[in-house]
Design a protein around this ligand. Structure first.
Ligand SMILES: [Fe+2]
Length: 126
């Protein structure tokens, strides 16, 4: 049974999918079950991924992470997402050479959770 907003990865071809509507079936890609990515909430070691939120009036700035994350061709933050308390979600995609920071039109008090996805180190959240 899947759950809405879960992220699954195929460790054969690299497909990453998000569940938009839960169902009973198992997600399979390239003939194998897809891996459910757990949201990691604590940094370990030198590399930092946990999103840092700064309120800026009616908007927020999200830095990834407490030390700026690399944004190189083979290792970068693919997207950042704000999940608001009212259930709405804002997702922004990044590309190599972008800054590891994203602005969102959302007050800090409206934020339930921020998630980011690193193409090497997976899914992280506040
Ligand atoms: Fe990373």
């Amino acid at each position: 049974m899947t759950q809405k907003k879960q992220i699954y990865k195929c460790n054969v071809c690299g497909n990453v999918v998000e569940v938009l509507h839960e169902g009973a079936g198992e997600l399979v890609c390239c003939g194998e079950p897809m891996e459910l990515l757990e949201e990691i909430k604590e940094d370990k070691g030198a590399e930092k991924h946990v999103p840092q939120i700064t309120g800026e009036g009616d908007s927020i700035k999200v830095n990834i992470g407490s030390v700026p994350h690399p944004m190189e061709g083979d290792h970068y933050i693919e997207w950042a997402e704000v999940q608001k308390k009212d259930g709405k979600i804002i997702k922004k995609f990044l590309k190599p050479n972008d800054k590891p920071e994203v602005g969102f039109n959302c007050k800090e008090a409206e934020v339930n959770k921020v998630r980011i996805y690193c193409n090497v180190h997976g899914l992280w959240s506040t």
